[in-house]
Ligand binder design. Structure first.
Ligand code: UD1
Length: 422
């Protein structure tokens, strides 16, 4: 099924909203379950399309998955793996399927994963993932649209990443967890989801230290055991709700958050003119005055997250003045700009920068999601625009937001979802 999200804009949002478990923590943790021979219980797993796709990938490899969306609980039984191939239909649908290559190789000695190929937000190569696996002793063969990796036994190595790639750090960390000896990843990604993956592997008996810094040490162990684990809250979903309060001039309390994970967004929202109050697992956000223009540059964590770049741009289209948004993480992440322009936004693209000249008003229009976060940005713009916005291709939104329409409606938004056949 696909559908359309329709919004009558101009209603300030008020109330409390709870954030789900982090999609970008769930996916690598699900892949890492392949490292253990036994049953794993994962909690706070949201009913997202990407979670269902990862379940299918694990099933294709012989794991047994039992997901209860009401309880947000996922049981994974990984004692007997019968396959070593992650098929094209699944990897094409979700690039994060490539995360199974490291744990599968470490556990079984071989892994065959379809090449992920291009993707709407950029080329997204996998050279750093492969560089790491090769350094640990894997043979890598590329052909017929697949990457095949083989290794009798992986060994620890010192690996420097040219860029702190989240996926490469995670794949190498998972492979190294069962390798012989110690692996050191230098210039590693420091994202909270990388830290959560390390904590998960350690909860299975792994020996990983330094996650959350640029140097991660993984002492390989001979086997890992069953665990019961709750994933961290989704900082990007939390950020989206914070922006929904900011863009509509409302007052919202976001529950189930780790405020420290949102430091760059909180800083920018304060610059914009919002009041933001942090508590232990809550963030209160309120905007009463005008939106001030600010410059934003996306960077690896702890910099401003690229996943909030398009939602932040939606906010800045209403600012008093000109904002410059620089995207340094992905090379083609401005596809939402054309759609925002259709709503009356004034945005110029110059190479990796978007120059946003704020307007007093945007006008509702039919628009189309081009990727997950672009979809969220269009919904946000629709919440503040005058008149009706119909956001199409919302299957992108379903990949990463659970019940977005219902949650925004509970805050008072005039928003509905209509299902359509593909
Ligand atoms: C993850 C997140 C995604 C987020 C991104 C950056 C998941 C499932 N997805 O994606 O939501 O936007 O981090 O925070 O967690 N690169 C290389 N070579 C490689 C790997 C990456 O050059 O081998 C480049 C990419 O092309 C991109 C940059 O590094 O320009 C960042 O990619 P990476 O950090 O790997 O993002 P993902 O793990 O794919």
């Amino acid at each position: 099924m696909n559908g359309i999200i329709s919004i009558e804009g101009g209603v300030p949002l008020y109330g409390r909203v709870r954030v789900e478990g982090a999609k970008n923590a769930c996916l690598p943790i699900m892949a890492a379950s392949l490292l253990c021979e036994g049953q794993i219980t994962l909690r706070d797993i949201p009913a997202l399309e990407d979670v269902y796709t990862m379940c299918k990938v694990l099933t294709a490899l012989g794991a047994h998955t039992d997901y209860n969306p009401e309880e947000k609980k996922l049981l994974l039984e990984t004692s007997h793996l019968s396959g070593a191939v992650a098929p094209y239909e699944l990897v094409r649908k979700m690039r994060a399927s490539f995360l199974v290559i490291g744990p599968l190789l470490a556990r079984t000695g071989q892994a065959r994963v379809s090449l992920p190929g291009g993707c709407a937000i950029g080329i997204r190569p996998i050279d750093l993932h492969l560089k790491g696996l090769k350094a640990m002793g894997a043979e890598v063969i590329i052909g017929h649209g697949f990457i095949e990796t083989i290794a009798d036994k992986l060994h620890g190595e010192r690996i420097y990443l040219d860029f702190p790639s989240v996926g490469a750090t995670e794949n190498i960390m998972m492979a190294a967890a069962l390798a012989e000896g110690t692996t050191i990843i230098e210039n590693a990604a420091e994202e909270p989801e990388v830290v959560d993956l390390a904590r998960f592997i350690n909860s299975m008996g792994g020996h990983i230290s330094g996650a959350g810094t640029d140097t991660i040490r993984i002492h390989g162990v001979s086997s890992l055991s069953c665990t019961d684990y709750t994933v961290i809250p989704d900082r990007i979903e939390a950020g989206t709700f914070m922006l929904s309060a900011a863009i509509t001039g409302g007052t919202v309390t976001v529950e189930n958050v780790i405020p420290a994970h949102l430091t760059p967004l909180i800083a920018k929202l304060k610059e914009v003119g919002c009041e933001v109050v942090e508590e232990e697992a809550l963030i209160h956000i309120r905007r009463t005055g005008p939106i001030r223009a600010v410059d934003v540059k996306t960077l690896p964590y702890p910099g401003f997250p690229t996943d909030l770049q398009s939602p932040m741009m939606a906010l800045l289209t209403f600012a008093k003045g000109t904002s410059v948004i620089t995207e340094t993480v992905f090379e083609n992440r401005f596809m939402h700009v054309d759609e925002l322009r259709r709503m009356g936004a004034q945005i110029k693209i110059e190479s990796h920068c978007a120059v946003v000249s704020g307007r007093d008003k945007l006008y509702g229009a039919p628009v189309k999601s081009t990727d997950l976060r672009a979809g969220a940005a269009l919904v946000l713009a629709g919440l503040a625009a005058e008149g009706r916005t119909d956001v199409g291709a919302i299957y992108h939104i379903d990949r990463g937001y659970w019940n977005l329409t219902e949650k925004l409606a509970s805050l008072g938004a005039n928003i509905t979802r209509t299902e359509q056949s593909h």
